[in-house]
Design a protein around this ligand. Structure first.
Ligand code: Q46
Ligand code: ZN
Ligand code: ZN
Length: 306
């Protein structure tokens, strides 16, 4: 297979775009597409301060790399979750993240959950008996809270995450077949800022996972290869498998599903697009001062209430 642009050997063939590219042209295409999505969905304005949620995985490190190449002022935030099973997931992902930021001289904010709050994610889950063996809901709310707080306290304009098309389509599929209309209403490439909360954006939401993986590999980014051990057996992995089968039979199906959703959204199908999930957060947590939607302690402080 030859590169569409220069006739060198192609390193990737994107069937959904009818496009095969060599290494140099793929890297160029990937950066240009990222910028196009950022501009199209008004994710980041040129002078804004960006905070990248970094996990040590391919998507978030690739995103930080591209934003830096596109000359956005992008710092990183990493949350050490204390997930130390046999693969020592947290230690490996921290190593990749720290090396990445050190090599490029980038600013990395770090929060070490066990050190700062005395407990790891699995320990909080066990003590609070929330989620049984699956700590993902506790983990998700802890990460959201800490990232929102750091973004607000340090004055970042936008918090970006490395969610790719496969992630977004799996969430959309789950929310659709379960009729989670409220969740679906909030799914968007960009969520506007609300008082006390930075804007949120997903610049990779239109890239297939294999495209972000190819970018990370071709740029020789050293990322953590293992998935978090708690992702095994999750609903979202199951949806991804189903959607992969659909994609194999019908190339481009995932992208069409997602773009169709965005079009419907734009045309007002998701009525009352109130915006950020935090739009109704108008009360303050008496303990940490963070904005919350219900009276009393916020969800994060409630986790640590003994
Ligand atoms: S890190 Fe946390 Fe994920 Fe691991 S415990 Fe679940 S939510 S799977 S992105
Ligand atoms: Zn080429
Ligand atoms: Zn609180």
């Amino acid at each position: 297979m030859k590169c569409r642009k220069c006739q060198d050997n192609a390193v990737i063939n994107m069937r959904q775009h009818h496009l095969a590219l060599c290494k140099a042209h793929y890297l160029e295409w990937f950066e240009a597409q990222t910028l196009r999505f950022i501009e199209k969905y008004k994710m980041i304005a040129p002078q804004e301060q960006v905070l990248v949620a970094v996990s040590g995985g391919k998507d978030s490190l690739a995103l930080w790399d591209v934003l830096q190449r596109l000359e956005f002022a992008a710092d990183g935030i990493y949350i050490h979750l204390g997930i130390q099973t046999e693969i020592e997931y947290s230690r490996q992902s921290l190593r990749c993240t720290e090396e990445f930021s050190r090599q490029r001289g980038l600013t990395l904010h770090m929060i070490n959950l066990p050190e700062s709050y005395g407990e790891s994610i699995p320990e909080i889950t066990q003590r609070t008996r929330r989620g049984k063996d699956r700590p993902c809901s506790v983990c998700g709310s802890v990460k959201r809270y800490l990232m929102n707080r750091v973004a607000a306290e340090k004055g970042y304009d936008v918090l970006v995450t490395g969610h790719n098309l496969d992630d977004e389509v799996a969430v959309l599929f789950g929310n659709t077949i379960n009729w989670e209309t409220e969740m679906r209403r909030r799914q968007s490439p960009v969520l506007p800022a609300a008082p006390g909360f930075a804007r949120k954006a997903k610049p990779f939401c239109r890239f297939y996972e294999r495209e972000t993986a190819a970018y990370a590999l071709l740029r020789s980014i050293d990322y953590v290869l293992d998935e978090c051990p708690f992702s095994t057996g999750s609903k979202s992995l199951y949806y991804k498998e189903l959607l992969n089968r659909l994609e194999a039979d019908s190339p481009g199906a995932k992208l069409r599903f997602y773009l169709g959703f965005l079009k419907a959204r734009k045309n007002g199908l998701m009525a009352d697009q109130a915006g950020a999930e935090e739009a109704h957060y108008d009360l303050r947590c008496p303990q940490c001062g963070q904005l919350t939607s219900t009276p009393g302690l916020c969800a994060f402080c409630r986790l640590f209430k003994t």
